[in-house]
Design a binder for this molecule. Structure first.
Ligand code: SAM
Length: 386
């Protein structure tokens, strides 16, 4: 028999009957990725997490999708797959201990043919010799963890078998940040924009996670980045599902000699924020209402002067967007992360920059603002809020 990959769904006592009666398995946003990976004909299994029993085997009657049966579970589990089953439904008890022995979790996106084979054998009453059963490592083991707090700290720039961006590029973004953002705020197939793409970290993460992308830079480093000024993007209004931007933080890094490179302007000058505000205005124009823009930015301490670049950028972002959260991302690979600099910081009584801000903002749902570039004349209600 030709083996196919499979997927394990979870239900509770409450939702079990609906799954069987309506022949639909569903889950929430947290596990949406696995649903989109299900293809018609795949093996499916259902675990009742209240009773710790596995049921199956079932077969996917459709590819995984969103709201296939919208009214079911009052929209609580919109990521769904239609299901069929041959003959009686079989079951295996104490499944969590068995999955532990197999070193897999029902939360994983897909299960390999080998695991499908073992589960079917168990459902058929066969005894499995777990001691002598080896399960090949799952490709998802290479993926970053999803962050649950507002402090993100990464020891390296990239993850997985293929590079994401170029870790030699000045100011390259840790790929983990972009991974976390697109997993939380987009779905496979969504269109992600990076208006200042640098070495293309956003592109590489999007490609691997099945998101579409559009990337610009004033001085492109590779063919899939389009040459454009982020203050005037060749993108239609309201077509973008998420924006990630790691803009210059001032003139602390030399990116390139392009005259329109905003990274040539000092963060001590008002003009720096004025130019970034033009980028924000463009981002506002192209982003769909209700969608997320995440802006990575760091403060500056140069020649005994502190400039709170992160606060200043946040203040301007609030003219256009609603704050969702602020993440502190640990800064690790700084050129100043040396013994000499740490000693200087103590001796001369200043601090080395230990973190960057990741401002997560949302474009309001109600489109009360003009998308025209004359935004400065508009009386922003958000900005005036006390
Ligand atoms: C911090 S880097 C981006 C790093 C990138 N996320 C990566 O992982 O490689 C900032 C980028 O902004 C670009 N940039 C500066 N001014 C720009 C402008 N006016 N329009 C578009 N890109 C600009 C620079 O060329 C630089 O590549």
């Amino acid at each position: 028999m030709e083996m196919k990959k499979g997927c394990i769904f979870a239900c509770t006592d409450k939702s079990f009957n609906d799954c069987i009666k309506h022949k639909v398995f569903g889950t929430n946003k947290l596990y949406s990725e696995k649903v989109f990976k299900v293809k018609k004909g795949d093996f499916l299994f259902l675990i009742n997490i209240d009773t710790d029993i596995l049921y199956g085997p079932f077969f996917a009657e459709s590819d995984g999708g969103k709201n296939l049966v919208p009214q079911l579970w009052n929209g609580k589990y919109p990521y769904q797959v239609l299901v069929s089953q041959n003959g009686e439904i079989k079951s295996v008890e104490k499944i969590s201990a068995i999955l532990k022995k197999l070193k897999i979790s029902w939360k994983e996106n897909t299960i390999s043919e080998k695991v499908v084979d073992i589960l079917i054998k168990m459902l058929n009453g066969e005894i499995i010799d777990f001691e002598n059963t080896s399960i090949p490592a799952n490709e998802e083991d290479d993926k970053p963890k999803l962050e649950s707090t507002t402090l993100w700290d990464y020891p390296k720039q990239s993850y997985g078998k293929t590079p994401k961006g170029n870790n030699k590029y000045p100011g390259v973004t840790p790929a983990f940040i972009i991974y976390n953002l697109i997993k939380r705020y987009t779905e496979p197939g969504d269109l992600v924009l990076d208006p200042m793409a640098g070495s293309g970290t956003t592109i590489d993460v999007c490609k691997e996670e099945g998101r579409r992308f559009i990337a610009f830079d004033i001085a492109p480093t590779r063919p899939d980045i389009i040459q454009s000024d982020a203050r005037s993007l060749p993108v239609k209004d309201e077509i973008i599902d998420m924006i990630f931007i790691d803009s210059p933080y001032g003139d602390n890094i030399h990116y390139n000699d392009h005259p329109l490179n905003i990274g040539k302007i000092s963060a001590e000058k008002e003009q720096f924020y004025y130019e970034l505000e033009k980028v924000m205005c463009e981002c506002y124009r192209v982003l769909k209402p209700g969608k997320i823009i995440a802006w990575l930015i760091g403060d500056q301490w140069v020649k005994k002067k502190f400039t709170p670049v992160g606060f200043k950028v946040f203040e301007r972002l609030c003219k256009f967007f609603e704050p969702v959260d602020i993440i502190a991302v640990a800064r690790r690979n700084q050129t100043s992360n040396t013994g000499i600099w740490h000693n200087r910081a103590l001796k001369f009584n200043f601090y080395l920059r230990g973190f960057k801000y990741l401002h997560i903002m949302r474009k309001p749902e109600s489109n009360t603002r003009s998308t025209k570039k004359s935004h400065r004349k508009i009386n922003w209600t958000m900005y005036e809020r006390k």
